[in-house]
Design a protein around this ligand. Structure first.
Ligand SMILES: Cc1cc2nc3c(=O)[nH]c(=O)nc-3n(C[C@H](O)[C@H](O)[C@H](O)COP(=O)(O)O)c2cc1C
Length: 186
């Protein structure tokens, strides 16, 4: 059994939902999982005390969650020393379009390169449009972003694009990787 930290940054909750799903898969495999919102993480969170660390963030206006960027910048050394993974939630990964996928990959590449972090596993997942949660201006902005991305501009409803089978497969793969590493160590 490994101790695994799943630390996420979310705007309207989709990345939190993905983190909870990952937690479920890792827990079912017998691991000791702590899933924590980066914004409400306890000051005493002992990052170095975990065997493995998974960090997740959504993309808002081309950028990752601010507190996640700060966390990764501060902890790149320990992240590189542990088994680690990164997952990203965005609209760019929501459509079957190579240009959009390249955009999603570029968000990841620039972020990781800037932070000097080399995760063992990377997951890119489609996000959601939560028109019901946006205020007037945000709804207008997202309608514009969505027009080019998914085409879903009916603001009277929400849309979810996350492929949960992909999230499950990513989680199982990460668990397998952690188990091999921990097994090698023991
Ligand atoms: C204000 C705002 C800006 C966004 N900008 C982008 C963007 O630049 N690129 C993209 O791929 N997705 C963008 N998205 C889509 C989000 O990544 C998507 O809604 C995701 O599900 C958000 O996850 P969260 O609820 O965990 O923050 C944006 C969403 C919002 C609300």
């Amino acid at each position: 059994m490994a101790s695994i930290l799943v630390l996420f940054g979310t705007g309207e909750g989709q990345t939190a939902k993905v983190a909870a799903r990952i937690d479920g898969v890792l827990t079912d495999r017998g691991h000791d999982v702590s899933t924590v919102d980066v914004e409400s993480r306890p000051a005493e969170l002992d990052v170095e005390g975990f065997d493995a660390i998974l960090v997740g963030s959504s993309i808002h206006l081309g950028k990752h969650h601010e507190a996640i960027r700060a966390f990764v910048a501060e902890n790149s050394e320990v992240l590189n020393a542990r088994v680690s993974g990164f997952f990203q939630v965005s609209l760019s990964s929501a459509v079957d379009d190579p240009e959009r996928h390249a955009e999603a990959a570029q968000y990841v590449d620039e972020f990781l390169e800037g932070a000097g972090w080399h995760p063992d596993r990377i997951g890119l997942f489609g996000g959601a449009l939560r028109y019901s949660k946006y205020g007037f201006l945000k709804r207008l902005m997202l309608k514009r972003i969505a027009k080019d991305a998914t085409g879903d501009v009916d603001t009277s409803r929400d849309y979810e694009y996350t492929d949960w089978d992909e999230v499950d497969a990513f989680s199982a793969d990460f668990a397998g990787f952690v188990e091999n590493r921990i097994g090698d160590r023991e």
